[in-house]
Design a protein around this ligand. Structure first.
Ligand SMILES: Nc1ncnc2c1ncn2[C@@H]1O[C@H](COP(=O)(O)OP(=O)(O)OP(=O)(O)O)[C@@H](O)[C@H]1O
Ligand SMILES: [Mg+2]
Length: 224
């Protein structure tokens, strides 16, 4: 409880304008996540989970309310600062892995490392992470030569290669069978417990959410 809030959301709203229609995706969200927490956000389809995820990653502008990431107000950031946020402070994992098919697993990870301005070498601690993820011996493979679970583990490695303060995962097990889901979730739990990685995971699967320390429920654009 003594750790500072790494994510602080107050009165957040997001309204999409679709032609003449206003879609109220977020209707006043308050959320605090402390450093080192593993939080699951659960809620029905359309409840606003991905919208919140995109806002936290600086990918979508807010309508009103405030969002602070690592003590910095997103609203006050320039585009360049928001891009820097994505390079260094927030890592992403998506439902569909989003690996580049023509690059090896290793090059998929190195590319993000390069964009983040880091050395394109994996240091000893990152080698350990690859072992923990069970993909150290799969680095030369292209995504098509990997199972869905392995691809998602490569995507997780890519998400944390620049040591982001926060790992945002949107339905990371949404494309996986139950065995691979359990393996990926267990690894995320390990990353959280062993490395203190702060994780915010969106899911609509109660089983997946049970791996988190805390479950936050969304309904109709609000946290309930
Ligand atoms: N780019 C957009 N333009 C217009 N409306 C949008 C846009 N993105 C999302 N919405 C709407 O905002 C609401 C919340 O969508 P969101 O994608 O955040 O839900 P979700 O909880 O992630 O759902 P799912 O579980 O299906 O992924 C929905 O009514 C959706 O149709
Ligand atoms: Mg979604």
């Amino acid at each position: 409880m003594s750790e500072p809030a790494i994510i602080e959301v107050n009165g957040l709203t997001k309204t999409y304008q679709v032609g003449d229609v206003e879609v109220h995706a977020l209707r006043g969200v308050d959320l605090q996540v402390r450093k080192g927490e593993f939080v699951a956000i659960i809620g029905a389809s359309g409840s606003g989970k991905s919208t919140l995820f995109h806002i936290l990653g600086g990918l979508t502008p807010t309508t009103s309310g405030s969002v602070r990431i690592n003590g910095r107000d997103l609203a006050g950031m320039t585009n360049t600062e928001r891009t820097d946020l994505r390079k260094t402070t927030v890592g992403f994992v998506f439902q569909k892995y989003n690996l580049l098919p023509t690059l090896s697993a290793e090059d998929n990870i190195r590319m993000v490392q390069y964009i983040g301005g880091r050395h394109t070498e994996f240091d000893a601690s990152f080698q350990e992470i690859l072992k923990l993820l069970g993909i150290a011996d799969r680095m030369k493979h292209k995504p098509r030569a990997l199972s869905g679970g392995q691809q998602q583990r490569v995507a997780i490695a890519r998400g944390i290669v620049n040591s982001p303060a926060i790992l945002l995962a949107d339905e990371p097990t949404g494309n996986l069978d139950s065995e691979n889901s359990a393996a990926v979730l267990k690894l995320m739990k390990d990353l959280n417990q062993r490395l203190g990685q702060t994780i915010l995971m969106i899911t609509h699967d109660a089983d997946a959410a049970s791996y988190a320390d805390r479950i936050v429920r969304m309904r109709d654009g609000r946290i309930v």
